[in-house]
Design a protein around this ligand. Structure first.
Ligand SMILES: *[C@@H]1O[C@H](CO)[C@@H](O)[C@H](O)[C@H]1NC(C)=O
Ligand SMILES: *[C@@H]1O[C@H](CO)[C@@H](O)[C@H](O)[C@H]1NC(C)=O
Ligand SMILES: *[C@@H]1O[C@H](CO)[C@@H](O)[C@H](O)[C@H]1NC(C)=O
Ligand SMILES: *[C@@H]1O[C@H](CO)[C@@H](O)[C@H](O)[C@H]1NC(C)=O
Ligand SMILES: *[C@@H]1O[C@H](CO)[C@@H](O)[C@H](O)[C@H]1NC(C)=O
Ligand SMILES: *[C@@H]1O[C@H](CO)[C@@H](O)[C@H](O)[C@H]1NC(C)=O
Ligand SMILES: *[C@@H]1O[C@H](CO)[C@@H](O)[C@H](O)[C@H]1NC(C)=O
Ligand SMILES: *[C@@H]1O[C@H](CO)[C@@H](O)[C@H](O)[C@H]1NC(C)=O
Ligand SMILES: *[C@@H]1O[C@H](CO)[C@@H](O)[C@H](O)[C@H]1NC(C)=O
Ligand SMILES: *[C@@H]1O[C@H](CO)[C@@H](O)[C@H](O)[C@H]1NC(C)=O
Ligand SMILES: *[C@@H]1O[C@H](CO)[C@@H](O)[C@H](O)[C@H]1NC(C)=O
Ligand SMILES: [Cu+2]
Length: 530
């Protein structure tokens, strides 16, 4: 079992507006506390009560260094029962080893959520991972109420370091959808009508505007002529995808979901919920203010008069430019022949790892039958089991027949390669996310190219009618959530569980007492506090 004995208390310096900057020398273990509270927040000028880490939206940035172990103590201090009172966190994209699979917070798959007044400490050894990640509530659609923040793992020996001069808290760019109503009321309305209510605004670094709202000052990122900046663009949306561009500037992509890539130039890119890109921007234009266009793509604005997709934007400000908005029109970015779009299949990982030949093939057809608010994989909509998958596997339920059809749980022996083709019947564009590991994208939507030689590896891939083909390994015994990252679809059942080497789990997984206590405590809560 992994030891979580405290080694050092790391001093946290300069806590400014939710941004935590660490002392430069990395300690082997970094202790982080997040207090989950109900507090007012007004990212687009409309004040509402949110579910917030340390009272801010986005939550504090977690800043780590390669090789560290993060010990994240989460204190549930929620009080407002108009939103979910329990919680559970997912650290999106962080690899989890089999022996630590109980610290993968997925409710009813890996753990039970925890209620108000309770705490849980996630221990996350980061191993060799570096790049751009984030954390969010994984319970129902709770993260739409604000419980989301970035997690960046810096690499002191970054092989891409020669490509940029600046990479710090100022170059992290988040895009998100935002709603004035609670996630609970939106989910209820969705389940009753089959229509996800449209967001009120799109946010860039936690700032945005809605029609008729106050002119909230847009988030401005400052750059200095001649320097090269590594921007880390993270889509922390609960529903919307975004189309991002920066007027008059090229974006050179160098990282996708924590995987370093060969530099790849584009001037406009679409980013789905949960996805991340690092791109280098060279400040080589005249000193001025430029729009960062983050067009929010979230259903018809006709269904919510507050939403104005044009108002979802930020500012790139050169040092020496006046502190004002750009003089140029608010556009949706390059179009037609001026647009050089990002095609996922053109991305080349810096380190090529061929996709192994599959031992098993799966086909997922995603579908929502007419008249039902129920997303299905192969005609089955996921229903979370009362007892989490991992708990039952540890109790000896290790055969396929131990899992009800509605658990969409697919068992494979350990140390095999699985290929899954996902066919999205109605071109919904589901960003499919794998927990605990990444996958090879052998085929992207929109291309017929099958690449098994040096395909991009990532942990969120967007589906479409053109189908996607992914491959992953079952080297880590455990249940791994594999689901759509549009959390309203997630809540409506677009979830599967990859069961890797369940018969070996007793040898590798030895959960802590704190984890064992989660389910009895959760089950004892009155439904209103769950
Ligand atoms: C969150 O707030 C708690 C209590 O004030 C504090 O101890 C902790 O350092 C904060 N966490 C971060 C990451 O800023
Ligand atoms: C609880 O949250 C709801 C929804 O945001 C809000 O209307 C209500 O005033 C909050 N209650 C308290 C006591 O803050
Ligand atoms: C990290 O990388 C080194 C060198 O490639 C390798 O020896 C080691 O096993 C890796 N560690 C983990 C935890 O993956
Ligand atoms: C927010 O809730 C109010 C009151 O229930 C409702 O009238 C409105 O349509 C909701 N807005 C959205 C975007 O769902
Ligand atoms: C974030 O992802 C959502 C869901 O896929 C998408 O609708 C939205 O446009 C994305 N945002 C950006 C800025 O790409
Ligand atoms: C950006 O380029 C366009 C022409 O492509 C030009 O009209 C505009 O003035 C430039 N913007 C700035 C701020 O220089
Ligand atoms: C959106 O905002 C822009 C800029 O303020 C404005 O010109 C436009 O009319 C608005 N669109 C809608 C549909 O209200
Ligand atoms: C899986 O599908 C591939 C084609 O994509 C095929 O070459 C392979 O033989 C299949 N493997 C199994 C085990 O069915
Ligand atoms: C099963 O799902 C497919 C779409 O993948 C759909 O065409 C078919 O009608 C569904 N069958 C049933 C019995 O619902
Ligand atoms: C088990 O699956 C069946 C459909 O195969 C479904 O009707 C039933 O509700 C499921 N039971 C539970 C406890 O989820
Ligand atoms: C998927 O690719 C097809 C073309 O093969 C395209 O028509 C469709 O719009 C794409 N879907 C998404 C969600 O990008
Ligand atoms: Cu979806």
């Amino acid at each position: 079992m992994r030891s979580i004995a405290p080694l050092f208390m790391l001093p946290l310096l300069n806590t400014v507006r939710g941004a935590t900057v660490l002392a430069p020398a990395a300690q082997p273990t970094q202790f982080i506390t997040l207090d989950i509270v109900n507090a007012p927040t007004a990212p687009d000028g409309f004040t509402r009560i949110g579910v917030l880490a340390n009272g801010t939206y986005p939550g504090p940035s977690i800043v780590a260094t390669k090789g560290q172990t993060l010990v994240v103590k989460v204190n549930n201090k929620l009080t407002n029962d108009s939103m979910r009172l329990s919680t559970a966190l997912d650290f999106d994209g962080i690899f989890i080893d089999s022996d630590n699979v109980f610290n993968e917070g997925s409710p009813f798959i890996n753990a039970c959520p925890f209620g108000p007044g309770e705490s849980y400490t996630y221990t996350l050894p980061l191993g060799n991972q570096t790049g751009s990640f984030w954390y969010h509530s994984q319970l129902s659609v709770q993260y739409a109420d604000g419980l989301r923040g970035t997690l960046i793992i810096y690499d002191p020996e970054d092989p891409l370091a020669h490509l940029y001069d600046v990479d710090d808290a100022s170059t992290v760019l988040t895009v998100a959808d935002w709603t004035h109503n609670t996630s609970t009321s939106i989910l209820a309305s969705y389940l009753a009508t089959q229509i996800i209510p449209v967001s009120d605004s799109g946010l860039v670094n936690g700032k945005g505007r809605y029609n008729g709202g106050p002119e909230v000052e847009y988030a401005a990122v400052s750059v200095k002529t001649g320097k090269r900046y590594r921007f880390r663009l993270i889509n922390i949306s609960s529903r919307a995808n975004f189309v991002v561009s920066i007027d008059n500037h090229t974006m050179t992509i160098i990282e996708v979901d924590g995987v370093a890539t060969e530099p790849h130039d584009v001037n406009i890119l679409t980013i789905g919920a949960g996805q991340r890109y690092s791109f280098v921007l060279t400040a080589n234009q005249p000193i001025a203010n430029y729009w960062i266009n983050a067009l929010i793509n979230t259903g018809s604005p006709a269904r919510n008069p507050n939403l104005n997709v044009t108002l979802s934007r930020g500012i790139l400000r050169y040092e020496g430019a006046p502190e004002e908005e750009p003089q140029t029109p608010m556009t949706e970015g390059p179009t037609g022949a001026d647009a050089s779009v990002l095609n996922e299949w053109e991305l080349v990982p810096l380190e090529a790892i061929p996709a192994p030949e599959p031992d098993f093939n799966l086909t997922f057809r995603t579908f929502m039958p007419a008249g039902l608010t129920e997303w299905e994989i192969n005609n089955i909509s996921y229903i979370p089991p009362a007892v989490p998958t991992l708990l039952r596997v540890l109790d000896g339920e290790t055969q396929q027949m131990d899992f009800n059809q509605t658990e969409n749980t697919f068992l494979f022996p350990a140390h095999k390669t699985v290929q899954v083709e996902i066919i999205d019947a109605i071109n919904e564009g589901h960003p499919f996310h794998m927990h605990g590991m990444n996958f090879w994208v052998v085929k992207s939507n929109g291309s017929d190219i099958i690449n098994t030689v040096n395909p991009i590896r990532r942990d969120v891939c967007v589906t479409g009618t053109g189908s996607i083909i992914l491959r992953f390994r079952t080297d880590k015994p455990g249940p791994w959530a594999f689901h759509c990252h549009i959390f309203y679809h997630f809540a409506a059942g677009l979830v599967s569980v990859i069961g890797a080497g369940f018969n070996e789990i007793g040898k590798t997984v030895h959960p802590t007492e704190a984890w064992e206590r989660l389910c009895p405590a959760y089950d004892a809560l009155p439904p209103g506090e769950q």
